[in-house]
Write a protein that binds this ligand. Structure first.
Ligand code: FIX
Ligand code: ZN
Length: 414
């Protein structure tokens, strides 16, 4: 029988060896363009260091009163990366989670993290072939499948799909359409311009045409689920209930709700402009109760929503909480949220997704999450041993597979 002393190393080894199916990222294969301002695939040093989390942090170190936003955005990507590196990694200790992430990634790639300048490392990244590099990063992060976020209302991305995209088996598609639910007047006009006979009013024709739009695009991206992010105030909408959920039920695909993002509170920060807020779990339970034929992936941005969401999942089998999203993707909060979820839901929860926007981030986001999740699991297994359960290595391996891959794939299948 296993002993508590063996657990930390054993759990760490088993989690590290378990490949992940990463259910939510903003990553793309090279077929979406891997360089230049139009390339959707972000990878390499400058993309890693100019990640919007670090943009937000550098404007704390050097406020816009001293270094105006316009001056920052007028620089090219390498100059912005140098500015961030200087102020967050050279002139200050890179203590934040986002800074530490860059350090972990460079170390795992075999690059010296404590450099004063990025120049020498830039040459190394230039020598990488994006296609091969994806394989290398997935191996280092032990990620077996990357789930994209295919934003159909993003003109740039939609143009690429319409031009024809060769699929990459390492990446799976998810149809994302926030504005369809959040701004129907604008989205409706776009659908009409794209040839769908929709009107501002939700007539029968509008509903069936909007369903046609969703079905055509779900086919085009081979969507394994549909997804939106929603503000804290969101409760429900006619578009959601009469168009989106029926289409998801007909296609037998889950609907993912990422709830609690308040967009653009400081637009000068661009991708870093958003914040989070307390949302309503009651809105989630009401949908789960009224739409029993739909399956819901739900992640919420506010720390204060996590307990109620986990309790809600005890009441509804068609609700799968997932991930420690965005501002919750920090070791102390992953620890708190994962411990509570395991105590309330056992092994029936998806503890994490990476939300990686830059390919290389898979390396640190999964390394840091595996470490935090492993600490909690070690404690839980130790409690189980104390209770007298004859725990085996095979059980820990089975649970690791369930948490990092099985729960997602099974909930997809329904
Ligand atoms: O809505 C989302 O999918 C969010 O994850 C992003 O909008 C956000 O900017 C992000 O990158 C969070 O990590
Ligand atoms: Zn995301």
């Amino acid at each position: 029988m296993l002993t508590a002393a063996e657990l930390p190393e054993l759990v760490k080894r088993i989690l590290a060896a378990q490949p992940v199916v990463d259910m939510h990222t903003h990553l793309y294969p090279p077929t979406f363009g891997s360089s230049g301002p139009d390339g959707l695939m972000l990878w390499g040093l400058d993309d890693l260091v100019t990640y919007h989390y670090l943009v937000a942090e550098v404007f704390r170190a050097v406020p816009a009163t001293k270094f105006p936003y316009a001056q920052f955005w007028a620089m090219n990507k390498s100059e912005r990366a140098d500015h961030i590196w200087k102020h967050l990694f050279v002139e200050r200790t890179p203590l934040s989670e986002a800074c530490r992430g860059v350090i972990t990634t460079l170390s795992k790639l075999g690059l010296e993290p404590g450099v004063k300048s990025l120049t020498s490392h830039r040459q190394w990244f230039r020598e990488q072939d994006p296609n091969d590099y994806i394989g290398r990063v997935m191996e280092l992060a032990n990620v077996e499948s990357i789930t994209m976020t295919n934003a159909v209302f993003d003109d740039h991305e939609r143009g690429r799909w319409l031009a024809g995209i060769t699929s990459d088996p390492r990446f799976t598609g998810v149809l994302r359409f926030d504005s369809l639910i959040l701004d129907w007047p604008t989205a409706g006009k776009k659908l009409a311009a794209w040839g769908y006979a929709v009107a501002p009013e939700l007539t029968e024709t509008t509903i069936s045409e909007a369903k046609r739009f969703l079905n055509e695009w779900c086919d085009r991206v081979t969507a394994i689920y549909c997804a939106v992010s929603l503000p804290p105030e969101f409760r429900s909408s006619e578009i959601l209930e009469s168009i989106v959920l029926p289409v998801c039920a007909e296609r037998n695909v889950p609907f993912a709700m990422m709830i609690g993002s308040r967009r653009g509170v400081n637009p000068e920060l661009r991708d870093a402009a958003d914040t989070g807020g307390l949302a309503s779990v009651e809105a989630v339970t009401s949908l789960c109760q009224r739409f029993p034929n739909n399956r819901f992936f739900v992640t919420m941005l506010a720390r204060e929503n996590q307990h109620e969401l986990a309790v809600a999942a005890r009441k509804f089998g068609n609700l799968m909480p997932f991930g420690c999203w965005w501002f919750l993707n920090n070791p102390s909060l992953i620890d708190e949220i994962t411990r509570m979820r395991i105590e309330l839901l056992g092994t029936s929860v998806i503890p994490q997704h990476s939300d990686a926007r830059v390919l290389d981030q898979l390396i640190y986001k999964w390394d840091h999450s595996r470490t935090a999740i492993g600490r909690v699991l070690t404690e839980k297994y130790s409690d189980l041993l104390t209770a007298g359960w004859p725990l085996t290595t095979a059980e820990i391996e089975r649970d690791a597979k369930q948490f990092l891959k099985g729960n997602f794939l099974e909930f997809l299948r329904g």
